[in-house]
Design a protein around this ligand. Structure first.
Ligand code: DGI
Ligand code: FE
Ligand code: FE
Length: 189
């Protein structure tokens, strides 16, 4: 599918506010690609599609899982907040016909992060949190770090924020969030 058709499909799959978040993430990811020397086209593409599965109905989730034989772990099952990134990566592959593994993985791991993330994965992860529409209290700190050349520090701070947020909300922490945080912490020591 070309970019124009992908955008049309996204307009059908997502409410207006989420389309605008996705465009903001894409534009932010392009800006970050200039700073950190990443592929701008890949950054834009990964940005616009990253939340494509965020508004699936329960029956559609079931259909996708069966059709593409998607494995969801115990925490992802019945939790679209965690599974939309995994399911989205299959939609990227099979419906948007994207072949680039790095783009696909940037969608797949944009919610939890993971160990040893690629530059594109890091850019999409952080652009999701600092795009101009994001108003939460820590966003400004993350923007300063990210635009100031401290991408890994911004990521580590976000993983810590997420872990605190999940604890405060009495939810389960996904093991990938923990590995992402520990990996980066060891690396930046
Ligand atoms: O899809 P977005 O809203 O743009 O952002 P996102 O894909 O980063 O999703 C954020 C959601 O993911 C938020 O509700 C918290 C949730 N989340 C992230 N890491 C974990 C988590 N939820 C649980 N239970 N455990 C995690 O480790
Ligand atoms: Fe998301
Ligand atoms: Fe998002």
């Amino acid at each position: 599918m070309n970019l124009e058709n992908i955008k049309k499909r996204l307009d059908e799959m997502l409410p207006k506010g989420r389309v605008s978040h996705s465009l903001n993430v894409a534009n932010c990811a392009v800006r970050l690609s200039e700073i950190y020397n990443c592929d701008k086209d890949k950054a834009y593409l990964a940005g616009i599609i990253h939340d494509c599965a965020k508004y699936l109905e329960l029956s559609e989730v079931e259909d996708y899982i069966n059709k593409y034989e998607i494995y969801l772990d115990e925490l992802e099952e019945d939790n679209l907040a965690l599974s939309h990134s995994i399911i989205g990566s299959y939609i990227a592959t099979y419906e948007f016909e994207i072949e680039d593994e790095d783009v696909i993985n940037s969608v797949k791991y944009h919610t939890t992060g993971r160990e040893n993330m690629s530059l594109l994965e890091k850019i999409i992860y952080i652009a999701d949190l600092i795009e101009e529409g994001r108003k939460f209290p820590q966003a400004e700190t993350l923007r300063k770090l990210t635009y100031g050349g401290e991408l890994d520090k911004a990521l580590l701070t976000s993983f810590n924020n997420t872990i605190k947020f999940v604890i405060d909300n009495e939810q389960l922490i996904h093991p990938r969030t923990v590995s992402a945080r520990n990996y980066l912490m060891k690396e930046t020591l």
